[in-house]
Design a protein around this ligand. Structure first.
Ligand code: TXA
Ligand code: MG
Length: 323
């Protein structure tokens, strides 16, 4: 399949098609957010459960009041500071957003991406685009078009080529709910520390009040390669025995090479030799997919410090581990 140009992608989207689009975080599987049939197609193509809501992508700040009904001043502050960029805000939804996009929640997740092709295709589609990551449900997200899954490519109406994603992990999601402090619904491309510098303390998901309709997509198992993956310091005894007997492994490391692991290492990739967490985030999914293709018995990964972008990397690796 050859990539579309902007005009063709816009026309397909206007007619209810689904198109893979680049963003700075990961590639997205997009449809017009006001087109319920097209949105239903996203769920089918991705094999995503319908109770997991989608993020609505806007082309400029002026489109925010179109999709969100109320915008607290902290949300405006974050938008002003981090948009365009890898930040998603969960706000009360406006009536133009169909229930299928938000999985019947009264809120909508909104983001203004920092990729000119993403913004141009939203303009060309003439309405904000609902778009989850362009992976099959539960699998690793693509950060380049060559990592799109064949079973997904088969069912889409086309894709836009935007080069490798510059951030490499999904957006940070901050939720604004009545009578609650802002909540971190997902760590991501904007470090939590930088968000708190702008709006003060953000509460972890665990502190949310009971009735809050939270991120239903926050499943413990996600982003997973097919090869079982373990942290180097948390290899189960049963697996250790196999390694001693020479089972094949792929290693994903960060910075200085960490401890040796038994087993036959058939491939090893370093997220960042300098332990630069931005570089590590950019490499994460690409390297996970590359190592998965080697079909070793196991993938063994180093720990990553949970600061700055490391928080998102840890979160994704944690969910990718075998259970
Ligand atoms: O960087 C990103 O955010 C990428 C690119 C394509 O923009 N998109 C992305 O979408 O990661 P997705 O669908 O893979 O993840 C969206 C997450 C899900 O966990 C979903 O549950 C949550 O956002 N979400 C969406 N709408 C929500 C809402 N109204 N309330 C709470 N969580 C919501
Ligand atoms: Mg996703």
């Amino acid at each position: 399949m050859t990539p579309l140009d902007l005009a063709a992608a816009g026309e397909i989207l206007q007619n209810g098609g689904v198109v893979v689009i680049p963003t700075e975080t990961v590639y997205g599987l997009a449809a017009r957010a006001d087109h319920p049939d097209a949105v239903a197609k996203i769920f089918r193509v991705k094999r995503r459960p319908s109770n997991d809501p989608l993020i609505v992508h806007i082309a400029d700040l002026e489109q925010l009041p179109l999709v969100a009904a109320e915008i607290p001043h902290e949300a405006w502050e974050l938008a002003g500071r981090f948009w365009p960029g890898p930040l998603t805000l969960v706000l009360p939804k406006s009536s133009v957003i169909p229930d299928s996009v938000t999985a019947k929640l009264p809120t909508v997740a909104v983001r203004l991406p920092d990729h000119s092709i993403a913004r141009d295709v939203i303009r060309s589609a003439r309405f904000p685009l609902a778009a989850p990551s362009a992976n099959l449900f539960g699998q690793t997200s693509p950060t380049r078009t060559t990592d799109l899954h064949p079973a997904l490519i088969e069912k889409i109406d086309g894709y836009l080529e935007g080069g490798p994603c510059q951030v490499g992990v999904e957006s940070t999601i901050i939720g604004f709910f009545p009578q609650q402090p802002p909540l971190l619904l997902r760590p991501g491309g904007v470090p939590l520390e930088e968000i708190e510098e702008v709006i003060g303390p953000v509460a972890p998901l665990a502190q949310a009040k009971e009735q809050t309709p939270l991120a239903p997509g926050n499943l413990p198992s996600h982003y997973a390669p097919e090869t079982p993956l373990y942290f180097v310091d948390a290899i189960p005894d049963k697996v250790k025995k196999e390694l001693v007997q020479g089972a094949s492994i792929c290693r994903l490391t960060l910075g200085q090479k960490s401890e040796d692991v038994a087993g036959e290492t058939i491939a090893e990739l370093n997220l960042s030799y300098e332990s630069d967490l931005q570089e590590a985030a950019r490499n994460l999914y690409k390297m996970m997919i590359e190592l998965d293709r080697r079909k070793a018995r196991y993938i063994i990964v180093d720990r990553v410090p949970a600061i700055g972008l490391g928080r998102a990397i840890c979160d994704r690796l944690e969910r990718a581990t075998a259970r």
